[in-house]
Design a binder for this molecule. Sequence first.
Ligand SMILES: Nc1nc2c(c(=O)[nH]1)N[C@H]1C(S)=C(S)[C@@H](COP(=O)(O)OP(=O)(O)OC[C@H]3O[C@@H](n4cnc5c(N)ncnc54)[C@H](O)[C@@H]3O)O[C@H]1N2
Ligand code: MOO
Ligand SMILES: [Mg+2]
Length: 437
Amino acid sequence: MYQQVGACLKLEGSVNDMDRVDCVNRFHRNAVQVVEAQRRIEQHLNRLDVEEVSLENAYSRTLAEDIIAPDNMPHFRRSGMDGFAIMSSSTRRTSSESPVLLEVIDNIPCGAQPTKALSQRTASRIMTGAMVPENADAVIMLEMTDDFEEQGKTYISIKKEVHPGQNLTPIGHEITMGHCVLQKGIEILAGETALLATFGFSRVKVYKRPTIAIFATGSELLPVDAPLCAGKIRNSNSYMLAALIRGAGGIPLLMGSIPDEADQAQTRILEAFSVADFVITTGGVSVGDYDILVDIFEKWKGKVLFNKVAMRPGSPTSAGVWNDQFLFALSGNPGACFVGFELFVRPVILGMQGIQNRYMRDFTAFLGEDFTKVNAYPRYVRGKFYVIDGKVFVKPVGMDQSSVTVSIKDSDCLIKIPPGGKGMLQGELVCALMLRG
Ligand SMILES: Nc1nc2c(c(=O)[nH]1)N[C@H]1C(S)=C(S)[C@@H](COP(=O)(O)OP(=O)(O)OC[C@H]3O[C@@H](n4cnc5c(N)ncnc54)[C@H](O)[C@@H]3O)O[C@H]1N2
Ligand code: MOO
Ligand SMILES: [Mg+2]
């Protein structure tokens, strides 16, 4: 299929009309800045439809409706302690020298509705979380009372004044009826789940999760369960991407690896658009003889968003759109594949689920050690942050080459080293981006 023509390749009789040699595009690609690449992606980003899920399956999903409180929370006056519900006025001017005696007329467990009205001479035994009788305005803790029996009746003595409202949670203390409890676009985690359950939402409207087809390219790639052989490696990027997609709330579709053959790759990529919301490939985007994604992008019938980004690692990262569906061609080098995902793909997965804050949070920190590698482009160095004496520091996690896999697991941020100069020195302030894991 391929003919070597000098340093370039010719693809013959291909389905995508690649019948000319085009060295210029492959070697002279126009690098766009990261923010410009993100801006171009955003122009084609569409939120997915809404679906309804059961509350137990709503964890980590994005809420697609405002939740308005249908009730007050709490919806009845609630005791905060195990004790006695009383009228606080009955304890006025009470002291250890002159305690007040109240007759216990009721016993109110949680879940019961009190029926007996109190007077200034009576009290109702009540448990934490139980409904306080209507004319009581305070609860005194069990430990603050002494009780005794007399002629078949139970009495308590109170030696201290009790204030109105003491140990009593008023109606609507947390949330008042009609108030917006949760806003559309938030992620449903534990606290949100508790509120949804409280207000009786057994099913919730959430945005659909995008399905993403992952292709690895490269004739050197072995399936994960295959034994190693000379010159070949196992396809780790597909699994790393699947894990990253899951972490961002997407559904990965592992499509396996495709050999370095542009026609076959293109056919399979186009087919994948019908089973997935968008497609990611890894590998084959640089200037090499077998970098077939470059051939595909040169002849791409859809829109090419960019085919080079001013960044390290991952400068050959490319992206296009086919009928409103993205194709992200990430680098094959694992470090570059990871960074490309974090900068360009994760925001899309989050955005499709209606999430507003979809870009990595940035923060400023002191550089913990020199980083003197000279850069033509901004460099996103895998790093870790730590705090000493209230100051935030970041440090590269170790081997940082684009081809290195082992340091990905150790990083919790990307340290942004600006281009030019002599790198940056220990103690200088740098910008870093928080990884979400
Ligand atoms: N002459 C030049 N060579 C290179 C340049 C350049 O500008 N001129 N750019 C370098 C940069 S920067 C990068 S980044 C890489 C990009 O490589 P590709 O995206 O084309 O990826 P491949 O060539 O397919 O593979 C690179 C490397 O990664 C390994 N790989 C590929 N796929 C996987 C996978 N699924 N799992 C694990 N590892 C994978 C592959 O075996 C190679 O070792 O190009 C530089 N070269
Ligand atoms: O842009 Mo590459 O990822 O530096 O090796
Ligand atoms: Mg290559």
